[in-house]
Write a protein that binds this ligand. Sequence first.
Ligand code: PFF
Length: 450
Amino acid sequence: MSESPQHHGQWSSRIAFIIAASGSAIGLGNIWKFPYLLGENGGGAFVLVYIACVIGIGLPIMMAETMIGRRGQRSPIHTMTVLAKEAKATPLWQIAGWLGVLAGFLILSYYSVIAGWSMAYLFKMVGGFMDQVGPEEAQQVFMDLKAAADVQLVWHSLFMALTTAILMKGLTEGIERVTRVMIPSLFLMLLALDVYAATTPGFWEGMTFLFKPDFSKITPDSLLIAMGQAFFSLGLGMGSIMIYGAYLPKNVSIGRSSVIVSIADTAVALMAGIAIFPVVFSNHLPPSMGPGLIFETLPLAFSHMPLGALFGSLFFLLVFFAAITSAIALIEPAIAYLIETFDYSRQKASAIACGVCWFLGLGTLGSFTGGNQWQWHGKTFFELIDFVTADVMLPLGGILIAVFAGWVMKEKVSAAELDLGRYLRYWQIGSRYIAPLAVTLILLKALGLF
Ligand code: PFF
């Protein structure tokens, strides 16, 4: 490992960082997962709890992770090693970096398969294959897709190839250039979909469902689900925001940027809800369909509406944009690590990391298409990877990051990097107490110990 910072480059401006970090945060988690979790966990009450989690837990950890990255200037593994040394702490802290790199890598392997579904649906919508389908047909289309290994393989491969191509181009020419176009257009498309939803008969029913809190629906379970989702959605605990922080110029305010990214991420999740639920209610469909909400319920709803094909296509294009801007962030820590450790060119590192990820994705693909006989403790390959990453590695990484930033790093170092002025105290309370405690609860819950 090199002792001096590597020259990975820097973001060209503060805005470039904010857009790229928003690209990492805004993903399938906002558009696919948040709406169905909300649908299953009581609507408005869940929204409130979720926002509290973003502010109380997500924000301090996001600042901590960005700050650690910028201080270290390297891939998460090397950053943690160097900063542990600086703080005269045990080198074992590099485990937090390893957790991050590995989790991002594993998540991308299945993320790509699901992103592939969104591409398949985009194709179906544009091609008019979803016009006037009935409920059984819509269900059948989704089941057929999940059963077709060859079709999924094509989309998964295409998605990974596009991700690799962007990453090979590097920071400015690749990541910045793509996110700069995709993230603002994603906002605009979502806005158009929200306006469209406002013209549908189910609009008020959808809004009431989204924003009217029913506190009787808040259970310890939904609390923990909201916490876990805030974590995943902000893209914390897996080195992505740490590596993006490593490319951040010294003069940019971490506090202000983190607040903007958190607001953007939450706004997109809510805007996705506003786009989806009125359309679902207009067609008298159930809001609590689970993971099938955007792939089964929504296409069915669009297929019966005026201009439905157009807005349906727009929707899946948006999902694709959200997914690919997150995918590049998920694998960037691994790429930076390969470049630093083996002195690979960016092209070579991207090809290797993405290639291995593509290969791992075949396991997920197989677990949807008949390979589900292979199970470990009752979980398919996909469920296992999802569980190990989202429920174990991510919270663990988050706890380690919060504790390291709040307790291990010298206060004068973190205070200087964060430059929060009188808000520093709030950050310290969040990163020292609230975040580690709350995330420990998520972890214990996931492991069935609580
Ligand atoms: N935040 C992304 C989403 O909501 O889909 C997923 C993600 C991206 C998680 C990048 C973690 C990450 F580092």
